[in-house]
Design a protein around this ligand. Structure first.
Ligand SMILES: Nc1ncnc2c1ncn2[C@@H]1O[C@H](COP(=O)(O)OP(=O)(O)OP(=O)(O)O)[C@@H](O)[C@H]1O
Length: 513
């Protein structure tokens, strides 16, 4: 890391900022000063107020109280366009690219610089991509790009728009280590050129790897601010979420019967690698981790296993059924946590209705004895998964990103599945189930996944975070370009072996030569 150039002349400062949403006090008298040429990490537990503060800086939300200055002069953007005009741009958690349009077309659509010609837009984007050291296809509809490439594309568009203060709201939540490394290298380059970066993240290693300064929020208040250098991972963790409980102890689980299997499956995808001849059996009581760099076919695999996508050859077997439809899998107790949480949630639907969404699809009437008020049951479920605020009438879109992720987990892992004997899911398919969660919440979800396996579910967890997979998986399989290239018991799934397989190298051959 090069020494940051800290100057105050172009600093973006917010003083005594407060913001409430109804009864929720999202920010309470918060200060932040973002200096050019530095990365300022903004951290804190889910719902602490990070995104709200970021949106106020970018002009997307307005504060109820407080004032902002930019380069010493008053800064009070009335909307996002005014923020952008001052060079302050935010890449939100939920990406805003129009899926039908390419990156070039998206850039033409939002470009505040009024770049009207496709050729000029292409050149600027290509140049920015080159500097970022990433290759993203800028001419295909962005919906056909992987989540990681859409994320990088959105950052590149903001940079090409001329952002000098770039606010990134959890940019790495869905990126793998290689992409994170590339992104950070570019962020440091931008800093050297004087760009100010606000980085919202839950990953402590990132704070230590890339940040110059850290601001910690808790319950809408600033509880710490200072240099990142010298802070230990434990100190940052403690500041963010207090003392962490130990993970639930792992008890050895016998591997049970086959629950769900892809047999010699090939399947196409518009947004991810196609699958080629993939055979994978999920057994009761077992947690299978699926590793792979972004876009290696993990989404296609989850789509096939959840019945959303029909294989072009091969078959899906669920118990005694072959090629079941998605609704049969749902009724049979297959829980599904997709990579992109917006696929599993409806922003305008309230929390109680979100939790009860599957009841109609289950097709079975609720037993009278269990028919409590939907609202009461929702309150209990929300509290059980620590969704904040646990208000059943709130719209899902009003929750912070991490709390939306908890809501999704509450619906999938916390409901009583009516098609199963004891109400527990028979299979759980989860892609990045802890993305966007603070350390405590992430651990709680991992414990829930282990609980599900202990109750007899076949659990599949796909993630770009190898440590996450290694923390809970009994077996690790690796996808590379849509092929299953490794299948290893947990104790043999070393970082070296899994990493080599993720990169398409044959680890066994490497070891013997
Ligand atoms: N549009 C909104 N309507 C109602 N409440 C909101 C809205 N936006 C934010 N909130 C509330 O404000 C609080 C702070 O939310 P914010 O999104 O800023 O948290 P965060 O620190 O970014 O969390 P996360 O890490 O989960 O993304 C939360 O309680 C959230 O529910």
């Amino acid at each position: 890391m090069t020494a940051p150039v800290i100057t105050t002349d172009r600093a973006l400062a917010a003083r005594s900022v407060s913001k409430a949403f109804g009864a929720v006090r999202a920010l309470d008298d918060v200060d932040i000063v973002v200096h050019p040429g530095t990365v300022h990490a903004l951290v804190g537990e889910n719902g602490a107020g990070k995104s709200t503060l970021a949106k106020i800086l970018a002009g997307i939300e307005s504060a109820d109280a407080g004032r902002m200055t930019f380069g010493g002069a008053a800064y009070a953007p009335r909307d996002r366009a005014e923020g952008k005009a001052r060079g302050v741009n935010m890449v939100p958690q939920q990406l805003s690219l129009v899926g039908e349009l390419s990156l070039v077309e998206n850039f033409l659509l939002v470009g505040e610089r009024r770049i009207a010609r496709r050729g000029a837009a292409r050149r600027l984007l290509t140049e920015t991509l080159g500097r970022a050291g990433v290759s993203v296809d800028i001419d295909v509809p962005t919906a056909s790009l992987s989540q990681a490439h859409r994320q990088l594309g959105e950052i590149v568009v903001a940079l090409a728009e001329g952002a000098t203060t770039l606010i990134l709201d959890e940019p790495t939540a869905s990126l793998g280590p290689v992409e994170v490394g590339g992104l950070f290298a570019h962020l440091r380059q931008l800093c050297d050129l004087g760009t100010a970066i606000v980085l919202i993240t839950h990953r402590l290693d990132e704070v230590r790897a890339v940040a110059d300064e850290v601001t910690v929020l808790s319950h809408g208040r600033r509880v710490h601010h200072g240099p990142a250098r010298g802070l230990s991972a434990n100190e940052v963790a403690r500041l963010m979420v207090g003392e962490l409980p130990d993970p639930a102890p792992r008890t050895p689980r016998p591997r049970g019967e086959a629950v769900l299997a892809a047999e010699a499956v090939s399947a196409a995808s518009d947004t991810d690698s196609a699958l080629h001849d993939v055979t994978l059996t999920l057994h009761a009581g077992e947690i299978v981790g699926v590793a792979g760099v972004a876009g290696s076919g993990q989404n296609t695999l989850l789509d096939v296993l959840s019945g959303i996508r029909r294989p072009s050859s091969g078959r899906l077997v669920f118990g005694d059924r072959t090629d079941p439809r998605a609704v049969e899998l749902l009724r049979g107790g297959v829980a599904w946590i997709p990579e992109e949480r917006s696929e599993g949630l409806v922003a305008t639907m309230n929390l109680a209705d979100t939790l009860a969404l599957y009841d109609a699809a289950q097709g079975a009437a609720e037993p009278r004895a269990e028919r409590g008020s939907r609202r009461e049951r929702a309150t209990t479920a929300l509290a059980g998964f620590d969704v904040r605020p646990p208000v059943p009438t709130l719209a899902a879109g009003g929750l912070s990103g991490g709390n939306q992720q908890k809501l999704l987990a509450a619906r999938e892992l916390g409901r009583r599945w009516q098609g199963t004997t004891d109400g527990a899911p028979r299979a759980v398919l989860a892609y990045g189930p802890t993305q966007g969660l603070d350390l405590r919440a992430a651990q709680a979800i991992r414990d829930r996944l282990v609980d599900a396996a202990e109750a007899g579910a076949a659990v599949l967890v796909a993630s770009h975070d190898l440590e996450e997979i290694r923390a809970i998986a009994d077996r690790v399989v690796v996808l590379f370009s849509g092929r299953l290239v490794a299948d290893l018991p947990a104790d043999e799934a070393t970082t070296e072996r899994v990493g080599a397989a993720m990169a398409g190298l044959d680890a066994d051959t490497e070891e013997t030569t």
